[in-house]
Design a protein around this ligand. Structure first.
Ligand SMILES: C[S@@+](CC[C@H](N)C(=O)[O-])C[C@H]1O[C@@H](n2cnc3c(N)ncnc32)[C@H](O)[C@@H]1O
Length: 220
C-alpha cells in the first residue's frame, strides 16, 4: 500500500478530528464562509466542481443539495475526514465523488472541472504543496474555469495578527507563513491564473480570512 504523505489534520491533532464540525460551527463564522464561497462560485446548471481539501464535506453536501444538477467531487488527504464526509452525504441523500488524495496530486484528467474551490485547507499545505495544488487546479480546470480559495490572509491589524499567531502555534508556522504575508494571490499568479483578485474579507477570532478568485487562462 502507498504510504500517506505527512499532513496537518483539520484540528492540528488526529484525536480532535471527530470534533471538527462542532469546533468549526462554534468558533468560526461558518455561514458567512459558506455563503461567501457559494456566491463567489455562482454555479449555474450542470457544472462539474471540485472541493480541494473537502474535510468533513459540509460545504460540498450543501452545494449538492442547493445545486442538484451540479456534479460534485471532493478530495482530502485524511481518510478520517473523508469517512465523515461520506456519512454526511449519505444522510443528506446526495451523491458526492469523494476520493483520498493530496491536493498536489489530483486523481482527475486535465480540463475536467468548471470550478475548483478550497475552504480553510491552504494553511495546512507546506509551501511546495501550495504550489503543487495551484498547478494541479490549473491542470484540471477547463479553459475559463474559476478557482476560489478561502483561507487566512494578511492580518488586518495588530489584534488579527495576535489572534493569527495563536492559530499558527497550533497549525504550524511553515504551512501558514505565506498566508500571513498575504502571498496566496501571488502564488496563484505564478501558477498562471488570470484576473487574480481578493473578493472578500472576514474577521474571525483566529485572524483575517480572505477569499481569492482566479480564472484559468488559455494554455495554462
Ligand atoms: C481545516 S480543514 C478544512 C475542511 C473543509 N474544507 C472546511 O472548510 O471545513 C483542512 C483540510 O485539509 C486537509 N488537508 C491537509 N493537507 C492536505 C493535502 N496535502 N491534500 C489534501 N487535503 C489536505 C485536511 O485533511 C483537512 O480535512
Amino acid at each position: 500500500m502507498k504510504p500517506v504523505p505527512r499532513y496537518t489534520p483539520g484540528l492540528s491533532f488526529h484525536f480532535l478530528t471527530g470534533l471538527y464540525d462542532l469546533f468549526f460551527s462554534w468558533f468560526m463564522p461558518e455561514r458567512e464562509i459558506r455563503r461567501a464561497i457559494l456566491n463567489g462560485l455562482n454555479l449555474n446548471g450542470e457544472e462539474r466542481v471540485l472541493d480541494l481539501g473537502c474535510g468533513t464535506g459540509t460545504l460540498a453536501v450543501h452545494l449538492a443539495r442547493t445545486h442538484p444538477l451540479a456534479r460534485l467531487s471532493g478530495i482530502d488527504i485524511d481518510p478520517r475526514m473523508l469517512r465523515q464526509a461520506e456519512t454526511k452525504s449519505k444522510a443528506a441523500r446526495v451523491s458526492l465523488d469523494l476520493r483520498p488524495a493530496g491536493a498536489d496530486r489530483l486523481p482527475f484528467d486535465g480540463e475536467s472541472f468548471d470550478a475548483v474551490y478550497s475552504s480553510m485547507a491552504f494553511h495546512h499545505f507546506p509551501p511546495d504543496v501550495k504550489r503543487g495544488a495551484l498547478r494541479e487546479s490549473g491542470r484540471v480546470l477547463k479553459e475559463g474555469g474559476r478557482l476560489m480559495i478561502l483561507d487566512f490572509g494578511k492580518p488586518s491589524g495588530w489584534l488579527a495578527s495576535a489572534c493569527f499567531f495563536a492559530a499558527q502555534c497550533f497549525d504550524g508556522f511553515q504551512t501558514t507563513r505565506e498566508n500571513r504575508r498575504g502571498a496566496i494571490p501571488l502564488l496563484m499568479k505564478e501558477a498562471g491564473f488570470a484576473n487574480v483578485r481578493q473578493t472578500g474579507l472576514l474577521e474571525t477570532i483566529f485572524g483575517t480570512l480572505a477569499l481569492y478568485r482566479g480564472d484559468k487562462m488559455r494554455g495554462q
